[in-house]
Design a protein around this ligand. Structure first.
Ligand code: GAR
Length: 220
């Protein structure tokens, strides 16, 4: 296993595959796309070392278990009488830290992390969102684009900052909205593009490194 890189904003590919911790809350098809890409290509440049979730009994965790990966669950409600959201944030950061990740990937993780998590993982925490940011941030990106009457939407892979889906954009994919679309159909088409985008982005960041200059993400 490769050690954590010396620079937090650029995995050191010379010391082996970048270590990924993936966070999920649901079906985990984006996680599965990463696992499949890693299994298919020895030169992919990254490996998943653990999968975390904010709830139990979800398909995303089952996918990880089937692959033999360590999993952890960190539920906000377990911290209600033990320091609340800030304590949950520290616990999540501790759980992720235990696996010494180079990159942390929020792949359908439906929680906003706090200060402590960002202190430790800012600049190496990426999220995938089902809309073309900065349009339609938040929990209902697909529904909101549809309701607005937008003609195109898509997905955005970005670094996480202290706003809601406001961090520097790494890559985006475009999906046309059809007249007959409902939220489910549109989200499915977005996810087809999103899974490939996430696989491409994570591989490039892991293999080639990157730097963040203001809002710009530069991948050499
Ligand atoms: C993805 O479309 C992801 O963009 C979205 O949840 C889905 C997870 O799918 N995330 C958000 O909406 C975060 N705001 P998956 O569990 O099948 O990978």
């Amino acid at each position: 296993m490769a050690p954590a890189p010396s620079s937090p904003s650029s995995p050191d590919s010379s010391s082996g595959p970048a270590r990924l911790v993936v966070l999920v809350s649901g079906s985990g098809t984006n996680l599965q796309a990463l696992l499949d890409a890693i299994a298919a290509d020895p030169g992919y440049g990254a490996e998943v070392v653990a999968v975390g979730a904010d709830r139990d009994n979800i398909a995303g965790l089952e996918r990880a278990r089937r692959t033999g990966l360590p999993v952890f669950v960190c539920r906000v409600k377990d911290y209600e009488n033990k320091g609340g959201r800030a304590a949950w944030d520290v616990a999540l950061a501790d759980a992720v830290s235990a696996y010494q990740p180079d990159l942390v990937v929020s792949a359908g993780f439906m929680k906003i992390v706090g200060k402590e998590f960002l202190n430790r993982f800012g600049g190496r925490f990426i999220n995938t969102h089902p809309a073309l940011l900065p349009s339609f941030p938040g929990t209902h990106g697909v529904r909101d684009a549809l309701a607005y009457g937008a003609k195109v939407t898509g997905c955005t892979v970005h670094f996480v900052d202290d706003g809601v889906d406001t961090g520097p954009i790494i890559a985006q994919g475009v999906v046309e909205i059809r007249g007959e679309d409902d939220e489910t159909a549109l989200h499915e088409r977005i996810k087809e593009v999103e899974r490939q985008l996430l696989v491409d982005v994570v591989g490039r960041l892991a293999r080639d490194g990157y730097r963040i200059e203001g809002r710009k993400v530069i991948v050499p």
